[in-house]
Every structure is written in C-alpha cells, then in structure tokens.
Design a protein around this ligand. Structure first.
Ligand code: COA
Length: 175
C-alpha cells in the first residue's frame, strides 16, 4: 500500500511540521530519555512521504560510530514505514563505517519492544524507575501507558551495525 513511499532527509522547511507532530505524538517537542532533554524538532533525521502526505518520521542524535534513535513514528502501523525509516538510520551508520545504533523505550511499549527485537536489536540495559525521573523534567509523561501498564522504567536496546564485506571505508568521519 505504501510501497511508493519516498524517504527524505529532514530539511529546514520540514521543521514547522515536526513542531506540530511531536506535541501531538509525544506531548511536547522535548523528548526525555534517562534525564537527558532533547529538542527533538531540531534533530536530524528522515521523513517518509507519499506525495505530499507524510507517513512517519525518525529523529536521530549522535555522530560517527554511535547514533541514537530519539523518536521513530509511523503514522499508520504495519505498512513497513517504521522498517524503512529505521533502515535509513542503519544506512547512515554503514556510511560511517559501522557502529552502534541504540534507543530507549518505556516498559509499556510492548509493540516497540517487539518491533526492535525483530529488527535485530538486543535489550542491553534496564533503567529502573527512570521514567519517574524523566517526569520531573516533563510532567506530561503519563502515569499509565499502552495496555494500561504503569510507565516506570526505561529499556535500552542496541544493535551493532557492520558494513557489508567489501564496503570501502568512509570518505569523511562526520555525516
Ligand atoms: C513501532 C513503530 C515505529 C513500527 O512501525 P511500523 O511502520 O508499524 O512497522 P513496520 O510496518 O515496518 O513493521 C511492523 C510489522 O508490520 C509488517 N509489515 C510490513 N509491511 C507491511 C504491509 N505492507 N502490510 C502489513 N504489514 C506489514 C512487518 O512485517 C512487521 O511485522 P513483523 O514484525 O511481524 O515482521 C510504529 O508502530 C509506531 O510508530 N509506534 C508508535 C511510536 C513508537 O512507539 N515508536 C517507537 C519508540 S520511539
């Protein structure tokens, strides 16, 4: 259905749209992970489009061999948009010669935990009660999340991305 989707790097003219989507999707343009505040509307990333219709977005933070997926959002689930956006982050790391891609999700987000683990990510850390601390910086983080599960902990997932055999080394270090 969305095979015609095109993935494009975020341009400055897209930023006002991010400023609308982020509060709708996450309560604010500020995203908190482990007590670190991200001005998510200013981050680099990619948007999936079908014509002029946006289908989802991924926002990244990092450099060189270590990138974090700060936000990944498909506006319609189950049509491959999340997979395609995530693969753009993996390609970015391959261009850098490989490295670590990681993200944080909350304990209630069973769909995201399934999605990432099926994409080859490993759970690498449990940050117990971290959501309580994040709530001190962003009080709008709800007490209860998906499936009525209390949002308490933050779970970190990671995947080490290796360039395919024979890939030439990166020409530059910075993206
Ligand atoms: C988690 C999330 C990003 C996944 O994105 P998505 O676009 O739904 O994921 P995909 O469609 O790429 O893949 C999910 C499943 O749909 C399947 N799928 C892919 N293309 C499909 C299609 N055309 N039709 C039906 N199913 C399809 C995939 O095979 C996959 O199933 P599998 O895991 O059994 O293999 C999305 O559900 C989302 O935005 N959730 C809310 C925000 C969130 O929690 N983000 C993560 C934390 S930052």
């Amino acid at each position: 259905m969305y095979q015609s989707a095109v993935i494009q790097g975020i341009k400055e003219e897209d930023r006002p749209k991010l400023s609308q989507w982020l509060p709708r999707d996450w309560g604010s343009t500020e995203i908190i992970h482990r007590g670190i505040k991200y001005e998510a509307d200013k981050l680099p990333g990619f948007i999936a489009w079908r014509g002029s219709e946006p289908l989802g977005y991924i926002l990244l933070s990092g450099s060189q061999q270590e990138w974090q997926v700060v936000v990944l959002r498909a506006f319609v689930s189950g049509h491959g948009i999340g997979s395609r956006l995530l693969s753009m982050a993996e390609k970015l790391l391959i261009q850098q010669g490989g490295g670590r891609l990681w993200m944080i999700t909350t304990n209630d987000n069973l769909d995201a935990l399934r999605f990432y683990q099926r994409k080859g990510f490993h759970l690498c850390q449990l940050h117990r009660e971290a959501a309580e601390f994040s709530r001190t910086l962003k009080p709008s983080i709800p007490k209860f999340g998906l499936y009525g599960i209390p949002i308490r902990d933050e779970l970190e997932l990671e995947k080490y991305i290796e360039p395919p055999q024979g890939t030439p080394p990166p020409a530059t270090h910075a993206p």
